[in-house]
Design a binder for this molecule. Sequence first.
Ligand code: ME8
Length: 639
Amino acid sequence: MAEQYYITTPIYYVNAEPHIGHAYSTIVADTLNRFYTISPTETFFLTGTDEHGDKIVEAAQKSGQSPKEYVDRISGMFRDLWPKLNISYHRFIRTTDKHHQETVRLILSRVKEKGDIYFSEYEGRYCVGCERFYTDRELVDGKCPDHQTEPQVIREANYFFRMSRYQQWLIDHINDHPDFIRPERYRNEVLSFLTEPLEDLCISRPKSRLTWGITLPFDENFVTYVWFDALINYVSALGYPDGDLFRKFWPHAQHLVAKDILKPHGIYWPCMLKSAGIDPYQHLNVHGYWNISDGKMSKSLGNVVRPLDLVDVYGLDPFRYFLLREMVFGLDSAFSEEALVSRLNSDLANDLGNLVSRSLTMVHRFFKGELPEPGVSDEADEELKKSALELIDLYEREMKTLAIHKALMAIWEVIGRLNKYIDSMAPWVLAKSDRERLGTVIFHIFETLRIIGGLLWPFMPGSAEKIQEQLGLSKTGKDLTLPELRRWGGERPVRNIIRAPALFPRVEKDKKEKREKKTDRGDKGKDEQIPGPPLISFEDFQKLDLRIGTIREAGAIPGSRKLIRLKVDIGEERTVVAGLKDHYKEDDLIGTQVVLVVNLAPVKLMGVESRGMLLAAGDKAGLHLVVPDTPALPGARVK
Ligand code: ME8
């Protein structure tokens, strides 16, 4: 691996719990990190929390805790959330970490030695929400544009960073490196800001006013301004100045932030780095804001969208997919649950889910789960192959320039093509007339799906791995790299191809209302609590005879809205009636392996005798059949 990639998210303030804005940035960083991992590139992914300053002290006081207790608690909420969103970072940094604090003091000393820090009296308008002084020109009707509050006038003696000294250097650097700040609109915004003389930056707070911060190395009576502290996390996390990680990854640093913190990242940080004698970062990637019905999302307005509320109802991958597909990187987006449901039903359940399900069903039905050898390919096969291989190149280009939604659109274009290819090749007709041609078609479907599954992994790691496992591939997830995906026909399945329940069950339209009602009642999740079941003895448990069965036939029962009649092979054939109609299509069930209770007394349902019962799990998303993770012999005992 020749190259490295270093991606950072903002370190989030611990004055509020995480919402979809934080989740978006961190999911984008995770997606990019995964993309570079399969490129393959050696990566480092950093996230963390920003824990000093006025805002934090205020929030701690409100919650009746000491700052330390408070930051430990909220930082823990961020840290606990990320694995639930399948976010896989390398390091979680906290600005209260000892090494970070030492690095901040080291950099302050270096900048001071350089002659870039001076002491002076200052009067200015200070916004506590933003933790910074505002110039008159930046205020709108005398108010902070972000918080809509009038800043306090504060007069005090403080230390200042001679940022003005680096103004011309920064302008030149941005002009010489056109994609230093991207997309372009944000680069232009920074350049336009730099057309006015840059003021020096106040970088201290007297301890008489604030003690919750890092003490200046050259004056015990002051703590460091929160931004001078926070930005340094990007190098302290790598072990600056001597750490191997710093040497290896800093030259490849890419920051990911939203437009709200463009100025500290686009102006303060490069000037700080220059003064400290550290090379500038490689790219600043700036995304837009998620708004709620065209307004701002904020705790005070009470319209904060909590990621796990949505994940609980719609599933993790639909949530990740929606955020990544819906927002054009760099522009604002309006969040709506209706849009999420409609993307889930159309893009995921209909296009992708059905494609996977119908393809795997065919391999089952026609080749008993074994991938056939291809025969001679015709023009339509070649076209499909070309579009799948070209997709990989396009995807790489889009991902590298952060056109994440375009990369997804390109994948869906090929999903559409593959669905059309299946329709026009009609394998079910070929099955009766031309088995060799059928084999070639199935092979092309498999290869295109293999590529689609691999390319989807950075966005929806869980679902992509399921697809890869169902395809029987030996490598999944991060081990399946882009060069390997490019080798058409290069990887035969090592296991039988398996059929599994729908990847993305459709969502009923009224789910949103149900979720809202539940959240309103404040008793979310109550109905999920498992009541203490009566205990049974081991002997009682042993009375149950559970067997693996393969569904051979599935058909409707006249007059029943819920029931399906199944023929299940457990070494002998059993007729079983199951209430699956709302959750599975009859055709999709054929070939699926299930777990069957075989020694239940027979019952008659709608006139059909049922001899056994399937095991299934029920949750808010519907019913999920319990299936063996790899194919088992029909009749195998479940122990
Ligand atoms: O600014 N839409 O922390 P913060 C999209 N501690 N992204 C959003 C968002 C929204 N509505 N709201 C927040 C800080 N974000 C500092 C950063 S870095 C050295 C210090 C995301 O908790 C987005 O990434 O206010 C934004 O830049 C960040 O959260 C701000 O997080």
